[in-house]
Design a protein around this ligand. Structure first.
Ligand code: C6P
Length: 414
């Protein structure tokens, strides 16, 4: 680990790693090198403690009881919503809807806003580098409504071609749905400009922030996006909890999605009236512990500072890119000018799954496959890549371990 540059961005990574119990283990007799953060991140002790505290002391349903435990759990659940609001700089807590994750957030918008507002012949614009979660819900909606899915193409670096994107926008565009950061390539899309262009065409813009929110500051008011989706588990929080931000005016006008408890104001067999957002979209007992854990995760990363997180991950990206480029036969897939710390690559003559398996034998966790983004794999003429995806607790030493591991992979296949 190089203390000099870690100090330069003001992070004591050695100290930070102590907060993550999972990072202290050995795998197949080697210290764990966890480089699969785009799939899911490890959790700091503060998150584990917050979840434990809820189950040990405050476990009760929310919004339903007058007793002490229910008041405590409601306060913690709603407190976490306020934490998320600040994290995204949303204007009001009512704009923060808890979901199961980014996937559910996008499906919610497709099935409520989309169903209510799309007609046959209307157009939905996505890009060629989207995760399946930001493709399939729109395909399903398009099929139901007779709408058309249009796809902005990607160039050889892995960037959306701006003029092609602009050409896609027209009087029939109703929804534009774009990843802020590509999980398969790491490309950071210029979503602020793209949202403005979508608005100029009269469309609403949804941003899939699953790979962005955990790694860089996000300000939904500055972006001016209409919807923003992310998952708790990629942001150092628990699985099964995520967030949909929606502008208040849109959430107010949208029909509810699932029906059940908490999303209603009154029910008779003749007529049901619905609760206000965000509760209108949170039917049933929610993932209370998950929301509280997510709040603790956000508190944790905000204390470190998203600016410093982004700066350190960028240092690691630059170091990792140079190191991987020196590996004979290795080709990086995704060389966008603005990139998050995702290193996708192929190694001549070796299947990505074999690479991941051999690295696992050395305690190094990466992901191999299509990363739930088959269209972008196809764009590069591939079915799979190996992918190392970094977080602020990763170190130069771990990247060195990856490079050494790839050396062993090459020896085996020579
Ligand atoms: N990408 C990866 O290894 P969920 O599964 O709902 O938490 O997140 C879905 C999702 C949506 N958008 C993007 C850009 C994503 O990267 C993901 C999840 C993981 O890359 C698992 S496939």
């Amino acid at each position: 680990m190089s203390a000099r540059i870690e100090t330069a961005v003001g992070l004591d990574v050695g100290r930070i790693r102590e907060d993550f119990p999972a990072l202290r283990q050995t795998v197949h007799g080697h210290p764990l090198v966890y480089l699969d953060n785009a799939a899911t991140s490890q959790k700091p002790r503060a998150v584990l403690d917050a979840i434990m505290r809820f189950y040990e002391r405050d476990c009760a349903n929310v919004h339903r009881g007058v007793h002490q435990l229910s008041e405590r759990s409601t306060a913690a659940y709603e407190g976490a919503r306020e934490t998320v609001r600040q994290f995204l700089n949303a204007a009001a807590p009512a704009e923060i809807v808890y979901t199961r994750g980014a996937t559910e957030s996008i499906n919610l918008v497709a099935q409520t806003y989309g169903r209510a507002n799309l007609r046959a012949g209307d157009e939905i614009v996505v890009s060629g580098l989207e995760h399946h979660s930001n493709i399939v819900p729109w395909q399903m909606l398009a099929a139901e409504k007779g709408a058309i899915l249009r796809v902005a193409p990607i160039d050889d670096r892995g960037e959306i071609v701006p003029e092609e994107y602009r050409k896609m926008l027209g009087p029939r565009t109703r929804i534009v749905a774009l990843a802020q950061v590509s999980n398969a390539l790491g490309t950071i899309n210029p979503v602020r400009e793209m949202i403005a262009q979508a608005h100029a065409a009269g469309a609403v813009a949804l941003i899939d922030g699953a790979q962005a929110a955990p790694h860089m500051p996000v300000d939904v008011q500055d972006l001016d996006c209409d919807f923003y989706a992310f998952s708790g588990h990629k942001a150092f929080g628990p699985t099964g909890i995520g967030v949909l931000f929606g502008k208040a005016s849109l959430l107010d006008a949208m029909p509810p999605w699932q029906g059940g408890g908490d999303m209603i104001r009154s029910v008779t067999f003749e007529k049901t009236t619905f609760n206000d957002p965000p509760y209108k979209f949170e039917a049933g007992t929610p993932h209370i512990a998950g929301a509280i854990g997510l709040g603790a995760a956000i508190d944790y990363v905000t204390t470190i500072g998203l600016d410093r997180v982004a700066a350190w991950e960028h240092e690691l990206l630059v170091y990792g890119t140079e190191a991987l480029e020196r590996v004979p036969g290795l080709r990086l897939i995704g060389t966008a000018r603005r990139k998050a710390a995702v290193l996708s690559f192929v190694l001549e003559g070796v299947h990505p799954h074999d690479i991941a398996t051999i690295l696992d034998g050395q305690g190094i966790a990466i992901r191999a496959g299509h990363h739930c983004a088959q269209p972008i794999m196809e764009r590069f003429g591939l079915t799979a890549t190996s992918r190392a995806s970094l977080a602020f607790y990763n170190t130069y030493r771990e990247i060195d371990a990856l490079v050494e591991g790839l050396g062993k992979v090459r020896e085996i296949f020579e």
